[in-house]
Design a protein around this ligand. Structure first.
Ligand code: FEO
Length: 400
C-alpha cells in the first residue's frame, strides 16, 4: 500500500512475469501492473482490483492495511478480468458492499461472475461523496469495452482512467518520471496501436469532452503501468496525436518466405525505396519470426505498408494470413499499401494480399509485383523500380 496523494493509496500488483496477455494475443515483454486504488475519507472506496491469479494475495494485502469490512464501496471501472478478477474473492468477504459501475458494467460483471452483487449503475456526471473527497464518473464506452469508465477525484485532482493512458510496464518505480522514458513511450505507443487504434475517433471525442470540463489534473492513474504525475497531460496530448491518423516517415515491409525468393523481393523493394528517398525509414519483418504486436506498432508508425508472401496451395503463408487478419480488425486510417510475392505456377498470393489490405482499410498504391521461382536479376531490378515508385507515391501523397 503506497500513498500517492493524501489518503489515496496504490494497492495493486506488479506482475514481473507476464509475457502474454489476452491469451497469447498481446506480448508483454516488460511485464505489467494491475493498479488498484484505495481512497480513505469518511467513506473508504476501492477503485478496481487485480487479475484473478493474484486475488488471494490482493485481498490479504488489503486486509492487512484496512479491515475489509471498512470498505464502503467498490468502483469497478471495467469488467475485463485483469481488473475485476479479484472482485469475486473480495466480494465473498463483503457481499453487500455497493459496486459502482456503468449499466454495461453490470451486464459484463454479471456475465463474468454470475453474481447479483449490490450494483449501483452510474452515468457520466454522477458523483459519489466520500466525505471531503468526491468522485465524479465519466463513461468511456468502447475505450475499450462498452462498460469502460473513468473516475475523477475532485479534491485531489486525480483522473482514474482505467485502461486509457496505461502501458504494460512492470516497475517498482510507481511514477512516470522515475522510469526509462524510451521504454515507457514504447509501451504506450504499442498499447495504443494494438488496443486503441480501432477506437481512435472515440478517443479524440473523449479527450475533447474531458478537456471541456476544465478541471485541474495533478495525476492520471491508469490501471496498468506507471502513474502520470510529472506533466500528466503529456500522455493525453500523445493520445490526441495518435488518434488522428498518426504517421511517421516510415515504410514497413512485412513478409514470409519459403526458400528466400519473397525475402529477396522484399530486400530489393527496400533498396528501391531507399534509393528514391533516403530520408524515409524502412523496416523489414519476416512475420513468422517477429513479434506480431511489435510489427503492428511499426505499421501504426508507418505511412506505407508492403506485404509479401509466396503462393502456396493457391493461397498465402499462414503467418501472413494471420497478420492480415490482425490488421483487418485494427482499422488503420490514411495508410497506403502494396503487395508482392513469388510463385511457381498459379500465383494467387498478390491478389489475396491486395484483398486483405483493402479489407483492412489500406489504400492500394499498385496492383503489386510478382516473380516466378527464385527472382533473377531482371526480377530484382523490377522490384527495385517498384520500390522507387512506391517511395515516390508516398512522398507525393497528400498525407505526406
Ligand atoms: Fe481492458 Fe486492462 O483490461
Amino acid at each position: 500500500m503506497i500513498e500517492i496523494k493524501k489518503n489515496v493509496y496504490w494497492v495493486g500488483k506488479v506482475d514481473w512475469e507476464l509475457r502474454k496477455f489476452h491469451g497469447d494475443e498481446y506480448s508483454t515483454h516488460r511485464g505489467t501492473t494491475y493498479n488498484s486504488y484505495l481512497i480513505r475519507d469518511k467513506k473508504t472506496a476501492l477503485i478496481d482490483t487485480v487479475w484473478r491469479p493474484y486475488g488471494t494475495e490482493f485481498v490479504e494485502n488489503l486486509d492487512k492495511h484496512v479491515s475489509l469490512k471498512d470498505i464502503d464501496c467498490v468502483v469497478a471501472q471495467h469488467a475485463e478480468i485483469d481488473h475485476s478478477g479479484a472482485l469475486a474473492e473480495l466480494m465473498e468477504h463483503i457481499p453487500d458492499t455497493p459496486v459502482y459501475c456503468t449499466n454495461n458494467g453490470v451486464k459484463s460483471l454479471k456475465g463474468h461472475f454470475h453474481k447479483d452483487w449490490n450494483f449501483v449503475p452510474v452515468k457520466t456526471g454522477d458523483t459519489l461523496s466520500l466525505g471531503k473527497k468526491e468522485l465524479t464518473f465519466i463513461e468511456a464506452p468502447m475505450l475499450h469495452w462498452p462498460d469502460s469508465m473513468f473516475s475523477y477525484l475532485s479534491s485531489e485532482n486525480i483522473l482514474f482512467s482505467n485502461d486509457a493512458f496505461g502501458q504494460h510496464l512492470a516497475s517498482e518505480s510507481l511514477y512516470n518520471d522515475l522510469v526509462d522514458q524510451a521504454e515507457l513511450f514504447q509501451e504506450c505507443i504499442k498499447y495504443y496501436a494494438n488496443i486503441l487504434t480501432p477506437f481512435s475517433a472515440l478517443v479524440e471525442k473523449k479527450i475533447d469532452e474531458f478537456k471541456g470540463l476544465n478541471v485541474p489534473v495533478d495525476m492520471i492513474c491508469p490501471s496498468h503501468g506507471v502513474i502520470w504525475r510529472n506533466d500528466p497531460l503529456q500522455i493525453v496530448d500523445k493520445y490526441s496525436e495518435w488518434s488522428k491518423g498518426f504517421r511517421e516517415n516510415q515504410i514497413t515491409i512485412v513478409y514470409d518466405t519459403m526458400w528466400n525468393g519473397t525475402r529477396n523481393l522484399a530486400e530489393a523493394i527496400a533498396q528501391g525505396i531507399k534509393s528514391a528517398d533516403d530520408k524515409v525509414t524502412v523496416k523489414l519483418f519476416n512475420i513468422s519470426h517477429s513479434d506480431k504486436n511489435d510489427v503492428v506498432t511499426e505499421v501504426f508508425k508507418s505511412k506505407g505498408l508492403l506485404v509479401g508472401s509466396p503462393t502456396i496451395n493457391r493461397g498465402i503463408l499462414s503467418a501472413v494470413a494471420g497478420f492480415l487478419e490482425q490488421i483487418r480488425g485494427l482499422k488503420f486510417k490514411e495508410k497506403k499499401a502494396a503487395a508482392f510475392g513469388t510463385y511457381g505456377w498459379s500465383g494467387e498470393s498478390v491478389d489475396m494480399i491486395n484483398k486483405g489490405l483493402e479489407d483492412a482499410g489500406f489504400e492500394l498504391m499498385e496492383s503489386g509485383i510478382k516473380s516466378t521461382w527464385n527472382p533473377d536479376e531482371e526480377s530484382l531490378k523490377k522490384s527495385i523500380d517498384f520500390g522507387k515508385k512506391i517511395a515516390q507515391k508516398i512522398k507525393n501523397s497528400k498525407h505526406q
